[in-house]
Design a protein around this ligand. Sequence first.
Ligand code: TRP
Length: 334
Amino acid sequence: MENTTIKKQTIFSGIQPSGQLCIGNYLGALLNWTKLQDDYNCLYCIVDMHAITVRQNPAELRRRSLDTLALYLAVGLEPEKNIMFIQSHVPAHAELAWVLGCYSMFGELSRMTQFKEKSVSNADNINAGLFTYPVLMAADILLYQADLVPVGQDQKQHIEITRDIATRFNSVYGDTFKTPEPFIPKEGAKIMSLTEPTKKMSKSDLSGGSIFLLDDRDTIIRKVKRAVTDSGSEVRYAEGKDGINNLLTIYSCFTGKTIAESEKEFGGVGYGDFKLAVGEATADALARIQSDFKQYLSDKEQLNGILKESSERAAYLARKTLSKVYRKVGFYSL
Ligand code: TRP
């Protein structure tokens, strides 16, 4: 049913170009994004400025930023329907982050779980950017007056602080920012590490626990073969069978079969054969994405064109909010 009087809601999300995207990112996020593109105004930002809060190899960061766009396109995000851009291409992010930093409290930033964790894992580089990371994230979101922010559980605290900063600013200067909601789509599958199935699969795990979208067939099959399971022998979704549950989830996502159908299919089949089937289904699905990815990446002109147009569209929207903010805080304008 058509309803042209209801304005589409705005969705904003960001992904760091630090590391390769894995099937956890794909099944948990990207695949859902493709389903949102007709019903929402979507902005997907490649957050290179967030990425440098931990040390990056410059050549790799540059390459991965473009790879990320090519992957977005390869999974089916259409450039006409989604604004896909690189954070550092739109200066308003850094500009708003400075202002919001003056409305963010040392105490609340000190309480951020991610900051505390990263201070441990990057003990030799606890820089100010790591500390103000959530402020830049708040700027990302608030610039576009986003209604919804699809994120994983680990980023919910950052959405909370974004809401707190927005509310604080609004209460001083009157309505300026929309307060966004976290958006955890019902269908998003949570994919766990193959080697530690109680932990989320991560794009920074290089020890075999993650399947990357660009892994080749043999690598995928080998990783699944080595996946940690339990000492039982039944392919069944059940408590205490984290490894098998995860593989069933992956299988059902890539084949479109339900968990129940998959359990039935592998009734009486050993873990070894089941793992092979999961590996093959994954490799088949990723092969399609990989060939599109290569195609997109071979046309750098096209990718640059998309980035240019998208960042212009983003900058236009961002500028509107930033001008309002500058006016409200009392910056003199010409
Ligand atoms: N912090 C997010 C992450 O690591 C990435 C991110 C940056 C983001 N800016 C954002 C996510 C804005 C959602 C909205 O996953």
